[in-house]
Ligand binder design. Structure first.
Ligand code: F6R
Length: 369
């Protein structure tokens, strides 16, 4: 039911804060992660020496965010693989490999076949899924449900932030089991994660009206680029995918550091570039490097729309528009930064008169290979 909303997508974006909150609900006690659904495989989780995330599309971008978190917290090597490529290589997988599949529907055929291929090679499997009792969780050793609620719009929004949240929980759970982080460090990260739903509420309240305005004057644009670094990089990929699928506009996401290796040649006067700017307040922040990327593309005539922290004063002089998000610990920034990009794709598609819930040529769940 859409209720009073003009589209399911608009409704589901407004539910992104609740999707994160509900995925955390009941899973944090006294500064530690509690995931009883993984109790049966606790020994396995202690014995693995690598993680492979299998997913497609937006779910694979959630996996990429999870990679930064799991590597940093649990000290395990993580690869993120597109499901449809995985089974057709000769992937090196064994009984010390944990395969984490990420799928909103739990029915994506490509991902199901990849999970089966991994199991045949001896891997252990955990499914991160938003649909109770779906095929992929049924065929996995364990399942960590995201509690985003039913997602109706074809483009995934609230399930994406819930998938990232579940991967954070898994990362911190692995960190504890493996003794990679001490208890106070885990408790601090969990407290920061628990603050995210309130901050997301602020983003959902404050950004849409402005974005609707400039999405309107951009309705004729032919191409939009997205830049990000570290966990901002998968968010750049996600922003570009949403724009392709909803507004039928050519869009590319790049790791900002890659610009000088080729993509900067695309920059000509008027080119619209979204830049996800990491907070300057975070230790080891890549903020300065990203701001200098902005200067480089601005000097070549790009129109820059920055997604930046509220207190970031350094970025404003170089950007045509700044969309403000609250401060978050570096690993958690993606949950806040992605919302304006979801809103932008939806508003641009609406400005072009397109059906945002049912883009052409796409199905909500892709049950064929
Ligand atoms: C994009 C989108 C798709 C899905 C992908 C995987 O907005 O929704 O890219 O993320 O088809 O679907 P699930 O998560 O159901 O396996």
């Amino acid at each position: 039911e859409k209720g009073g909303w003009s589209s399911f997508m608009r409704k589901e974006i407004s539910e992104e804060p609740a999707a994160v909150a509900n995925t955390l609900l009941g899973r944090i006690h006294d500064g530690a992660v509690t995931l009883p659904e993984l109790d049966d495989i606790a020994d396995t989780l202690t014995g693995i020496d690598r993680v492979i995330v299998l997913a497609c599309g937006t779910a694979a971008y959630a996996g990429l965010v999870g990679r930064y978190a799991i590597e940093s917290w649990a000290g395990l090597p993580v690869d993120v693989e597109l499901s449809h490529e995985f089974g057709y290589r000769d992937p090196v997988v064994n009984e010390r490999t944990l395969v984490v599949s990420v799928s909103q529907s739990g029915e994506t055929m490509d991902t199901l076949l990849a999970v089966r291929a991994a199991k045949e090679r001896g891997a252990h499997t955990v499914s991160i899924c938003n649909t109770q009792g779906a095929t992929i969780p049924r065929e996995s050793d364990a399942v960590l449900y995201t509690h985003a609620g039913p997602e109706v719009a074809v483009a995934s929004t609230k399930a994406f932030v819930a998938q990232i949240t579940a991967l954070y929980l898994l990362g911190l759970h692995l960190a504890r089991l493996r003794g990679a982080l001490d208890e106070p460090a885990i408790a601090k990260l969990l407290a920061e994660l628990q603050d995210i739903p309130d901050k997301l509420d602020q983003v959902v309240e404050s950004t849409p009206a402005r974005i609707a305005e400039f999405a309107h004057w951009m309705a004729d644009t032919q191409s939009v680029l997205f830049l990000g670094r570290h966990v901002g990089y998968p968010i750049a990929l996600e922003g570009a995918l949403k724009l392709k699928e909803l507004a039928y506009i050519h869009a590319e996401g790049f790791a900002a550091g890659e610009l000088k290796h080729g993509p900067i040649a695309l920059i000509e006067p008027g080119q619209i570039v979204f830049v996800i700017v990491p907070s300057p307040r975070n230790e080891h922040s890549l903020h300065k490097k990203v701001v200098s990327n902005i200067q480089e593309i601005r000097a070549r005539g790009a129109r820059v729309i920055a997604v930046a922290e509220i207190g970031d004063v350094a970025v404003a002089p170089f950007a045509d528009e700044v969309i403000r998000i609250p401060f978050a610990a570096p690993m958690f920034e993606p949950l806040l930064a992605v919302v304006p990009l979801h809103v932008f794709a939806m508003e641009l598609a609406s400005a072009k008169g397109l059906d945002v819930d049912q883009p052409r040529n796409l199905a909500k769940s892709v049950t064929v290979e």
